[in-house]
Unconditional design. Structure first.
Length: 269
């Protein structure tokens, strides 16, 4: 008797426009948490009287290691919140679970990726954190090692979440690729568009916006190869259907993000 071969799963037909809209909203949340809560709020609470908040930076006369580290710490804390929420969202729609998943990915990848970025380039938030410390080369090396280790851990966590809690099986490669490529492209477009109008200088688009999107979020392009064997969905793998409330909210908030926050908002204590 010949061995039975299990049939390949029927791959859900996810709506690209809705998945893109959800991804844009998740990136807006991650960016505002980093720049707004992590940097701006920390600065205003610890000494700054005012400053300019944009999509690529927080600028004020007051600076400290805590303010520099605040963006990464806010993303990492948010990532854990989104992870816990996604695990608990058993009865939520697949659209909400996908939003929680993309928010988890953007926050964890931005947070862990910054260690590696600053360690290699000696630029950015964590370069400010370690500036002036004794044995500077050692601190940079530690940032690189911590970045590689934490980013790899983030890839495993995000990949597991996509299968287990969003409900995309490991043996559905086209859907895995689609639901990771869409958030990646969406985030690159949004952050670059928002960075073009910033008042601090166009160089920040190349130094901050593009690395934060194309570099930090690159784990989305290859995490499907590192999903642990034996990981199976705990939720039903429904398709992401067309949903106009998500799309309309995404269009409105993306325009505000690019043309209002992108140009800069002055905040006062």
């Amino acid at each position: 008797m010949g061995a039975q071969v299990s049939a390949a799963p029927v791959q859900a037909n996810d709506d690209v426009l809705t998945a893109c809209a959800i991804s844009l909203l998740a990136e807006i949340v991650a960016n505002v948490l980093h720049e707004g809560l992590g940097h701006a709020a920390t600065a205003l609470l610890t000494g700054a009287k005012s400053g300019v908040l944009t999509t690529v930076a927080w600028s004020s006369d007051f600076d400290s290691r805590l303010v520099a580290a605040g963006g990464t710490l806010a993303n990492l804390a948010a990532g854990m919140v989104f992870w816990i929420t996604l695990r608990s969202a058993r009865g939520a729609s697949v659209r909400l679970r996908f939003f929680l998943f993309t928010s988890l990915a953007f926050n964890l990848f931005a947070g862990t990726g910054y260690f590696f970025f600053s360690g290699v380039t000696n630029f950015g938030d964590w370069a400010v954190v370690i500036a002036g410390l004794h044995a500077h080369w050692l601190w940079r090396s530690l940032l690189v090692v911590a970045g590689i280790a934490s980013y790899y851990g983030a890839v495993l966590l995000v990949g597991t979440a996509l299968v287990r809690y969003v409900g995309v099986p490991r043996n559905a490669p086209r859907r895995l690729m689609k639901l990771t490529l869409i958030p990646y492209i969406s985030s690159v477009f949004l952050l670059c568009a928002g960075g073009l109008l910033n008042p601090i200088g166009i160089q920040l688009m190349w130094q901050s916006a593009l690395p934060a999107a194309a570099g930090a979020h690159s784990g989305l392009l290859w995490l499907r190869y590192y999903i642990p064997r034996g990981t199976v969905p705990e939720r039903q793998s429904d398709p992401i259907n067309r949903n106009y409330p998500w799309i309309i909210a995404s269009v409105v908030l993306s325009l505000v993000f690019i043309f209002v926050l992108g140009r800069g908002i002055t905040l006062h204590r």
